[in-house]
Design a protein around this ligand. Sequence first.
Ligand code: GDP
Ligand code: IMO
Ligand code: MG
Length: 420
Amino acid sequence: MNKAVVGLQWGDEGKGKVIDYLSQDTDVIVRFQGGNNAGHTVVVKDEKFVFHLIPSGILRKHKICVIGTGVVIDPKVLIEEIQYLKKKGVDVSPRNLKISSLSHVIMPYHRVMDSFRESKRIQKIGTTKRGIGPCYVDKISRCGIRVADLLDTKKFSFKLKDNLQEKNPLFKEVYGREYFSFKKIFEEYRHYSKLLRPYCCDVADFLYSKRKKRFLFEGAQGTFLDVDYGTYPFVTSSSTVCANALLGSGAPFIRIDKIIGISKAYTTRVGEGPFPTESVGTLGEYLRTTGKEFGATTNRARRCGWLDLVLLKRAVLLNNVTEIVLTKLDVLNALDKIKVCTEYSRNTKDNDFFPYDLERIKPIYRMMHGWETQVSEARSYRMLPVNARKYISFIEKYVGKKISMVSVGEKREAIIKKGV
Ligand code: GDP
Ligand code: IMO
Ligand code: MG
């Protein structure tokens, strides 16, 4: 049984926690896109782990974690993450962590470009400024540097020189920035390559050798940050939908049996872009405080609002989701009324397409009763208050998919398998 986990909203749905849980019944966990714009949290007892590049299954013993070809890697961040985990006593070694030699490498000029574009352009995206977009741009425009290039001194030297020769005058002319020093970057990255070499492999060959094992594909970001199907241009630069899992991981020979979509019981978003159910008032503040809605990567306050079922249903379709995990149900505990968006009101003059940029639409809500009780201690579906169960059933009926698990707290054990 192979599974994929994808975010059904704008990221931060609680994928890390669910991956950690599902890793128990898995052998190989693979990240397939994005980079260290992601921040996936797992809380074990009182200890919090945040993963940016390493798959969230690394805490489970005897698992293999793979950073697939579609991921863009900032080597400094990856090395720091390995060291951070080792310091916490987590076993991370070339035995249980593999890196695709074909992944593209985030260079200093990518990070600088990301920040410059954000500060100079009128239309800001609110990126994480980790260099993700510019690195994917170079990949597609065929001047990127891959992990394999980094490991080959001659090739790396040539490619870096070639890039700097083109980019340095551009940075100076357009942004008034001093030239990047070849020597400095070369030496810094040669150092990284020595540290990362033992982890690198041809993932296609490696994953093929494991094809009889149980796979879990770990998506980063969320459906509406997808570069094609998200709220463009307020998206990330990779395909976040499940269809990219096999391509991005380098394992096209694996069949995915279950596609598990993760959704919060409400909605959040970080950065710019449309968000129809956003609440900038008291409710937004309540959700942010109660749900500790501050970014795991940038620590920015997340924008918060009600659950948008129109979007959730679309995300189910775009990912071919087979089941849903609903997270952070406990955050709604204190509310006496809960609203869910079930429809958009639209200008009749607009076309019939899905309003993909979410402009000129107004959410229409259905009001539901809250449960006004703690659910954090519930460990079986029957222990949930009736109104919480009604809320869950309503979502299931609306989107036409089962909610197989409900998360009721940040800790590892605060999860309910439905039917139990
Ligand atoms: P990811 O990017 O999808 O992995 O999600 P993040 O880790 O960025 O954000 C989810 C946050 O919610 C983290 O701080 C988690 O520890 C926390 N979390 C996950 N599930 C629950 C839950 O059911 N209840 C509460 N209160 N917190 C949760
Ligand atoms: P996880 O995997 C939430 C958002 C940024 C910005 C937009 C583009 O933790 O769910 P980028 O740096 O990717 O070019 O920024 O995407 N973004 C995320 N929001 N969770 C994430 O990852 C995100 N990764 C990127 O805030 O709006
Ligand atoms: Mg996150």
